[in-house]
Design a protein around this ligand. Sequence first.
Ligand SMILES: Nc1ncnc2c1ncn2[C@@H]1O[C@H](COP(=O)(O)OP(=O)(O)OP(=O)(O)O)[C@@H](O)[C@H]1O
Length: 276
Amino acid sequence: MRATGLTKVFDDRVAVADLDLVVGKGRVLGVLGPNGSGKSTTVRMLTGLLRPTSGSVELFGEPVTPESAPRLRARIGVQTEANLYHRLTVAENLRTWGALHGLSRSATERRVSEVLEVVGLSDRRDSPVGALSKGLRQKAKIARALLSDPELIFLDEPTAGLDPEAALDVLGHLAKLRADGDTTIVLCTHQLHGLEDLCDDVVMLDRGRVVAAGEVTELVAAHWPDREYVIRVSEREVAEQVVAGLRAAGVTVPDAESTAPSLHDLYFALLSGEES
Ligand SMILES: Nc1ncnc2c1ncn2[C@@H]1O[C@H](COP(=O)(O)OP(=O)(O)OP(=O)(O)O)[C@@H](O)[C@H]1O
């Protein structure tokens, strides 16, 4: 997937400005940013739901146009497309989705079992969706996005409203999905916990503009070029002696207790003006 110069202006409000993006096959891209930064608008343009004011999108090597969009959209999985039917069971919801996507009955049955296994929901396949917790419902939506075995899936806030444990569980299942195959995943979120282990690449948006884009480890390292070294010792006095020895030898040790910055630190440094 590739986006070039992607821009969306609503009336006189610039929602997304001149966004360039490439997502390689099998990679996980996190689109990050605070409320109103342009994440949903970006995803709606990438999935062919919203026409950009200017710029272009390519899916599977083909330009997205009003004519090609429906055909290309059939090849991607989108988590938020429609609500689940609360009175139907998880499996019945997925069967309905399979029929909508033209899957045969036997293919649907096979995929229902496979995707429920992937998201860890097999034991709730016969529960009505209305009886599921929010976290399990999110998993059911992710299962639905995976049903037609798409090469590319878009997830919008897959951990929204979940407690930290449920959020990590959902992210863990996505990480497994990444490890198992070559599904490309684009996910929008402003919840950073656990994201570092899942995303290969990130784009950080602020008021529609890209403030950072690239590989997570490279971005963090580029923002803090000074390397930090951790000396692990079991006693504090030993650490103090090491630091005192280094200082006596003329080495500058500014902070003996600092820890490595993370994606979380980078996010707040870039988007809230906080520096660690
Ligand atoms: N249909 C629309 N008409 C007018 N303005 C819009 C429309 N959709 C989005 N916007 C504006 O574009 C900007 C970006 O909105 P967008 O929903 O893409 O942000 P977001 O990062 O997804 O936010 P959130 O995290 O709250 O979902 C906002 O200022 C929003 O008010």
